[in-house]
Design a protein around this ligand. Sequence first.
Ligand code: PHE
Ligand code: ZN
Length: 870
Amino acid sequence: MTVTTAPTARYRKDYKAPSFSIDTVDLHFYLDDTCTRVVNTMQVQKRDDEPDLVLDGEQLQLVQVTLDDRLLVAEQDYKVGRKSLTIYNVPAQFSLTIENTINPSANTALEGLYKSAGVFCSQCEAEGFRRITYFLDRPDVLSVYTTTLYVANKEEYPHLLSNGNKVDTGTTAEGLSWVRWHDPYPKPSYLFAVVAGDFDLLEDTYTTAEGRQVLLQFFVDKGNLNKAYFAMEALKNSMRWDEQRFGLSYDLDIYMVVAVDFFNMGAMENKGLNVFNSKFVLADEASATDQDFINVEAVIGHEYFHNWTGNRITCRDWFQLSLKEGLTVFREQEFSADQGMRAVNRIQDVRIMRTHQFEEDAGPMAHAIRPDIVVEMNNFYTVTIYNKGAEVVRMLHTLLGEQTFQAGMRRYIADNDGKAATCNDFLQAMEQASGRNLNQFKRWYSQAGTPEISVQTDYSRRQRKLTVTISQASDKPANAPFHIPIQVELLSQQGEPLHPPELPVNSVLELTEPEQTFTFTGLKEAPVFAPLANFSAPVKCNDTRSLDELITITRFAQDAFLRWDAVQQLYSQAVHEAIAQGGALTLPNALIDGLKASLTDGNSDPALVALLLQIPSEEGVAAEFKYVPVSAIHRAITELHEALARGLYTELLQAWDMHWPQATDKQAAFSKEAIAARMLCNTCLGYLAAMTDSEAVHERLQRQFAAEQSMTLVFGALQAAVHNQHRLAEVQLAQFANRWQHDPLVMDKWLAVQATVRHASSIAKVHELTEHSAFDWSNPNRVYALLASFSHNFAQLHQADGAGYALLVSAIKRLNTANPQVASRLLSPLLNWRRFNDARQGLLQQVLSDLRNMPDLAPDLFEKIEQSLR
Ligand code: PHE
Ligand code: ZN
């Protein structure tokens, strides 16, 4: 076996403060497609007695090094390593100038400085700055940056951008045009950015709570200005919200957002100069769905909120990533919720946790929100660090309450502003503000895995007393008990809310022991006990409640998540029974009746009804099994879908008709009510299209597909037809492609909808689509739309003959050197091979070891394969 030199692991416990600080950085970029020259002058100070300065650098061509005006001599004064530059015996304080070149056009990994689609763009988080120049590329080295960009042809690059304020412009004696930027706030290298290109510019201003004017600028591809207005509004809303809810204002005079087509991630919070994947900026109603708009608002908010949680206070080391990401996702979620659809948002966030985070936590790459060991940092931008990290912050918020939590935030900022902090610094501020001891709570930061709670209730009529015993167990045997906030509801048999004296005012029980008993008195009859309201902790709940109790909860719980979750339990029970018995799936009549009632009840929120009708995905069900019965899950989910379509046929049609006027109401195009109506119309059609012989359905599919002013409706119809293999599917796919072939972001939907058909034909289809003109291996959005979508098409990926694996693996091989970050994202669904039957285990082990034997295997892939096969 040929093994590429194994990348080395780094450990959290090995943290050591840097031996040098770099106080200022003066950068000059002579931009050129294939040979950009970078001149980097740093003021360096020694912090301890280390004689040599070791800088990070990758894929750089060094030209020369000057120390305090002395040109250094190679080998004698310095040494160039494969990933470093060592300068021997440096003085206590000095100025160091490094000149090097890079090739932006050859940079397909989209990390460092790259040129794509005519635009120069940088991406430095996590460790991309070292691909621009030699530096101490670590987040605890904070410097003040001045950046000058030079271009030969300013018509080609009318916009030359970097962080901070534009301080000067000019032309050199050689005729180069230049622009200089200065960012007064010390920052780590990962927040550095440069952009050069020709854009349309949308401008606005925002006046802060203190009365300062901030210039807001959005740079988008030519011709797309009309698609940037929504993002601009979202930015202003974010700025206002952060002032009102967190008391935090913006700190520079200018805030810029650039939308680029080639980007590995969603967006990047570079100081004063966010770079966005264009799909999170550009949106208009004809080409973007409501969900796209909601995502734009959330990501704009997220990057803006980073200005305080991430930029002003950054991370000491990358093991602390959740310090900024978990907290910022929490802030983003609260922002979105305060915009008006709190319950809907919460349920969607829980779905992400259950299908993706629980899965990650149960697999070979499981890690705590503050991991202990990392090989490739890019592998840790995970649903655990982000979403579970946000759940952990949310638990603190639940335990402390809004007021005390905000006091903790103020303390955190007062103590850490301008610094590189740790998760413990955050917890310490929360402890000081609340006076609470969070020692046990801290285990959420150090222990991976999903705890499972079990609840037992015992009612004594004589004593009018309910005794509740709650226990916790972990899927990771070494884990010590967690501190788990469990918000609960007690309901009478008739569904009235009860609040016995022992229940805290905020209804939050605190489970800290392996097993604990809570008693509630003064109860005339046995109440219904509903734990985990609002999903108050990221745990599994071993549910033993009766059908009657679940039905009571679905009808009467105050908390929308509890109502939704009870219905999910009922679906899940039906699916598990069908799988266990190998027989036909049956649904309780009470459930069907309840769903009928909600569908036809003009008073219930259509968005919540739509969510009630959303059945678990194959992937979601699979996450509930230790050993995954792939085809049985596939069959059960298909039957569940069909049973609902058949059982609710009349009411689904009725609901579609009832909400159609609101869904297409022009005046209220983006109101909460219209969004909710469209959610429900789409959900109804998603079932109805399974009734392939119905003329009534055929007509509505056509009518909705023709609703050209709303991509939500058009795409909802297309998805319904394609996923149900309705006879309209082919025509609609062709029409859609014809109408939208000029717009790649829309064509991504067209690719994704075909990759997610739950039918064996999807493999051949995806193969075929890799040859389609709408697809492009070099653009991450296209790869995600087609191949990442397919990788979540559970039963097709896991086809017994291995055809799904072969498809995905050939894509991974192709992307290994071209774009390892994207390749690594595609690999994740293949890692948990131990949970499948022998035949699949054999196939998966085979493809994983094939990959491992690849020459030049990227560290991103190496780390995951090693973890998986170990
Ligand atoms: N820090 C970015 C965010 O969460 C994500 C990101 C990470 C983008 C790494 C690019 C590279 O907003
Ligand atoms: Zn972030």
